[in-house]
Design a protein around this ligand. Structure first.
Ligand code: BGC
Length: 640
């Protein structure tokens, strides 16, 4: 069993900050348990427990009582403000702490010198133009075109029309004054069948060339993901996608084409975004494309091929391109933090460790230590044997493969959104093979945790710092870029005053700064995401954007939410200067969004006017010409 390095290390060692909402200052992290309720675990066992008077009620996920809100004329009115502790951020202890009890701050810009602040997006979620200019179909095009796979059967066929709005979106990035933009390349847009020797689509190459050039002209660093889930459909049909080892060479050809075409300008490459979801949701539960339900087997196999592919691409870059292009190649891994429910229970401590190892360690361990985590090998191996299988459902690496894979990341991208409490829960092997039951644990959440949007996304800032310290101790303090962190909302109408997002960002960025103070080597942070966009099987129902997108309108207009102003201030100050100023950012942002809201409330009139100018006027004009022509003909005939 691996040592539980993260939770017991820097973040928790002072015994004070399981849910420490104080601002980071001079290294003193000192919220007390009386106001920091999450330290009070059942049995009153947490450090500082004598100060804990509140009992924590923890429930099994997932309850689906997202707050929502009310729309009037398509505009949100005070969503969640009156909410109870379940419905939002406004009544939660966390926010009271952040806004009222903040006393210490980081005010030392040198700590963050050269730090990159940015926002992200991905090709499939934003580009649209799914079949335009020679693009081939991806597994997500096929998946979304089937009925019953996505909320309301929505598709990403046009999505944000990002393919046609690069210049507009770069203006948004300039407005935010970000240092970098994280984007992904659509493999089937540049290689329609996924097989390079069959065809390269020059229009696709041109599109990404233009995008990269425009970013650089505007002094925005492109961080480019090669694979954000949109596998060419042909590769799925012909070979079974990531179930097949042949993906390694097809992907390597694609990656080399990208290095060749764009590598003179792109210096940060990410091979895969969130391979956990690719494997688990694509090949285990089937909730994502390609929709295969190969429980207990498919995800492990897909992950195995993805890890090998990542290593191959890193070696290709290292051998062929690094000396000329001087860039870096990493991978973006997603993980929630797992906190033991009962800190005195060795079983819960081990279960929480297992949770993170099955999530992050599954991919990070091979890359940093050369093999799957011991605990994964043990658990999956034992259950496989109990299920009468001759070998483990978790594939193994040969000795050569281990050393080939170890050390193949110049930096680690971390995607992080949320936290879970974990308890041990034994599942009988006879329930059938499954990744989930292999772990022998249950995930719990505190109902007081704010959850404004996606039902899985509870705002628990302190988990971020713990996860980052875990990464530091487990993988030898690697260079880290946060490649996704953000929060969604569910409301369908225009909702620009996103206070919950500002609070989420404040809390999470503050914990990030604490982690940096702990010595975690984080050099960049990316808010997920620039725009509201297609949220995979949730369609457009969950909105992560700093900018609201009106998907009902043909040109998909973007409107800034309050968090645009707020994040801009954080970037400008390179962190948080002092509580008073941060509070004033919040107020200013709310003032701005209220004005935009008012303007938009007048929008029905604007659309009416648009209809008059775009449809009624031309039609009347054409009719007039027609009638005049007929009259003229009539007159001429009469005259003759
Ligand atoms: C994915 C994003 C997605 C986000 C929220 C991440 O793991 O990489 O594409 O928008 O989850 O669902």
């Amino acid at each position: 069993m691996e040592g539980r390095l993260g939770a017991g290390s820097a973040s928790a060692s002072s015994g004070d900050d399981d849910n420490d909402d104080s601002w980071i200052g001079t290294g003193v992290v000192g919220a007390n348990c009386g106001t920091s309720w999450a330290t009070c675990v059942p049995n009153g066992s947490a450090s500082g427990a004598d100060a804990c008077s509140m009992e924590v009620e923890i429930v099994q996920i997932f309850d689906d009582s997202s707050p929502g809100g009310m729309c009037k004329n398509g505009i949100a009115i005070n969503p969640g403000v009156e909410g109870d502790s379940k419905s939002g951020l406004f009544a939660s202890n966390d926010n009271m702490l952040l806004s009222e009890l903040d006393s210490t701050f980081i005010n030392d810009a040198s700590v963050l010198s050269g730090f990159l602040w940015g926002v992200g997006s991905s090709a499939f979620q934003t580009e649209g133009a799914w079949d335009k200019d020679g693009k081939g179909p991806s597994i997500w095009d096929t998946f979304t075109h089937k009925k019953g796979k996505v909320f309301m059967n929505e598709t990403a066929d046009s999505s944000c029309e990002g393919y046609y709005k690069v210049k507009d979106d770069i203006q948004l990035l300039k407005e935010l004054k970000v240092n970098h933009y994280l984007l992904s390349i659509s493999w089937p847009r540049i290689i329609p069948t996924g097989i390079k020797k069959e065809q390269v689509n020059e229009k696709g190459i041109k599109f990404y060339n233009d995008t990269i050039n425009s970013l650089l002209e505007n002094k925005i660093i492109p961080i480019v993901t090669l694979y954000h889930w949109d596998l060419p459909q042909v590769l799925q049909e012909k070979y079974g996608g990531w179930q097949n080892i042949s993906m390694i060479s097809y992907f390597n050809d694609y990656a080399n084409l990208c290095f060749e075409k764009f590598g003179d300008r792109v210096k940060y490459w990410i091979t895969f975004n969130n391979p956990w979801a690719i494997a688990e949701e694509g090949y285990e539960t089937g909730e994502h494309a390609p929709g295969l339900k190969l429980s207990g087997v498919g995800a492990y196999k897909a992950a195995h091929h993805i890890i090998k592919t990542h290593a191959k691409v890193w070696h290709s870059y290292n051998k062929t391109w690094r000396s000329k292009q001087q860039g870096m190649v990493g991978i973006s891994l997603t993980s929630a933090w797992g906190e033991p429910v009962d800190l005195t229970s060795q079983k819960d401590i081990e279960a929480a460790e297992r949770y993170v190892q099955f999530y992050l360690g599954w991919f990070a361990n091979p890359i940093y230590s050369g093999d799957y985590p011991e605990v994964m090998k043990n658990y999956v191996g034992r259950k496989s044997a109990q299920q009468g299988l001759g070998t483990s459902r978790l594939p193994s690496f040969s000795v050569q493969e281990k050393s080939y894979i170890k050390g193949t990341s110049d930096f680690l991208g971390i995607n992080h959104f949320t936290t879970r409490y974990i308890i041990e829960k034994n599942y009988s092997a006879f329930q059938g093979p499954s990744y989930h039951t292999d772990r022998d644990l249950a995930e719990l959440v505190d109902p007081k945790w704010p959850d404004p949007g996606s039902k899985w996304l509870y705002s628990v800032p302190w988990g971020f710092r713990r996860l980052l310290n875990f990464v530091k101790t487990q993988y030898g303090n690697p260079l880290i870029y946060i490649t996704e962190n953000g929060v969604s909302e569910k409301l369908q109408c225009i909702q620009l005053c996103d206070e919950w997002r500002m609070d989420y960002l404040k809390g999470y960025i503050n914990e990030l700064l604490k982690a940096i103070n702990d010595g975690v080597n984080v050099k960049g942070y990316t808010v997920w995401s620039l725009l509201d966009k297609f949220e995979w099987n949730k369609g457009y129902s969950e909105r992560f954007g700093l900018y609201h997108v009106d998907f009902k309108k043909g040109n998909k207009p973007r409107y800034p939410k309050a968090s645009v102003q707020y994040y801009k201030m954080i970037i400008n100050a390179n962190g948080f200067p002092n509580p008073r100023e941060v509070k004033s950012w919040h107020q200013k942002a709310i003032e701005t969004c209220s004005i935009t809201n008012q303007l938009l409330a007048a929008d029905p009139l604007t659309s009416h006017m648009e209809m008059v100018t775009e449809i009624v006027v031309p039609t009347v004009f054409t009719l007039c010409i027609l009638i005049s022509a007929i009259l003229l003909m009539f007159l001429l005939r009469k005259h003759n």
